[in-house]
Ligand binder design. Structure first.
Ligand SMILES: Nc1ncnc2c1ncn2[C@@H]1O[C@H](COP(=O)(O)OP(=O)(O)OP(=O)(O)O)[C@@H](O)[C@H]1O
Ligand SMILES: [Mg+2]
Length: 262
């Protein structure tokens, strides 16, 4: 059974459709990428998945349970299982709070761990994202952009979510830092087994992480398939356009031709 399923999600803002009938499923340990141009409805879809936005129609199923039917304690428990990483890590890190406390917040909210156990878990999480235990005492501004994204990821995985939704998590980072964060996400997915929805407008980034790719345009899901197939044999004209707009992917599709001017 899929860990996460979107069933016929629909959302309009002021009568203007932003997401029209979007359906897909994600397995545990799998990364589904959602790509598409600006305004295609990617973030709106993500916000419905994590419950930040109520769908006009359709359902979000987590382990086969419809989130819309849950209230109170049951809903909180499911929220814990669905975590989000944003483009701007400062969105999930309070600038006035030591980062150890920020990472511990979901543990306070969702677990019975005492203070000492929480400190231990925070140190462990910092290690998992490639930082050091003593970093817990610092403030967000004392970290680089890539490190801050590591902190946001540590916070997001603190309660071992079933699903991680990442909305443009590397779009604000330089290319080498992007690659490091993508490696980290792939590694964490291996070790913890969460299903991942990875949103990006950048097909070159998605290539490094996606098992399957969903292509959105104008609020609709126009194509969904295995990553390799999307790159080598896109079924939709729009997908073909997207793929051919990325130079490194074009080069890849015709390996006999030499790249000129790198
Ligand atoms: N809160 C809102 N109120 C009104 N309109 C909104 C709201 N959120 C999104 N929209 C509109 O819905 C459409 C889809 O927006 P969305 O943010 O989902 O796109 P996106 O694919 O994430 O784009 P980007 O790549 O720029 O992040 C856009 O036309 C946008 O203007
Ligand atoms: Mg967006």
């Amino acid at each position: 059974m899929s860990v996460l399923e979107a069933r016929g999600l629909v959302k309009a803002f002021g009568g203007r459709p932003a997401v029209r009938d979007v359906s897909f499923a994600v397995d545990a340990g799998e990364t589904l990428a959602i790509v598409g141009e600006s305004g295609s409805g990617k973030s709106t879809t993500a916000r419905m998945l994590v419950g930040l936005l109520r769908p006009d129609r359709g359902q979000v199923m987590l382990d086969g349970v419809n989130l819309a039917g849950l209230r109170g304690r049951a809903l909180r428990a499911r929220r814990r299982d669905l975590q989000m990483v944003f483009q701007d890590p400062l969105g999930s890190l309070n600038p006035m709070m030591r980062v150890g406390a920020s990472i511990a917040e979901p543990l306070v909210l969702h677990t019975d761990l005492g203070a000492a156990a929480r400190r231990e878990r925070v140190a462990d999480l910092l290690g998992q994202v490639g930082l050091r235990p003593e970093h817990a005492e610092r403030l967000p501004r004392e970290f680089s952009g890539g490190q801050r994204q590591r902190l946001a990821i540590a916070r997001a995985i603190a309660c071992r979510p079933r699903v991680l939704i990442c909305d443009e998590p590397v779009s604000a980072l330089d290319v080498s830092t992007q690659a490091q964060i993508l490696d980290l996400l792939a590694e964490l997915r291996e070790t913890t087994g969460f299903g991942c929805v990875f949103i990006s407008h950048d097909l070159a980034v998605v290539r490094l992480i996606a098992d399957r790719i969903a292509v959105m345009r104008g609020g609709e899901l126009v194509e969904l398939g295995p990553a390799e197939q999307i790159y080598t044999d896109p079924g939709h004209d729009y997908t073909r356009e997207l793929v051919s707009a990325v130079p490194s992917l074009r080069a890849r599709r015709s390996p006999v031709r030499k790249e000129v001017g790198g």
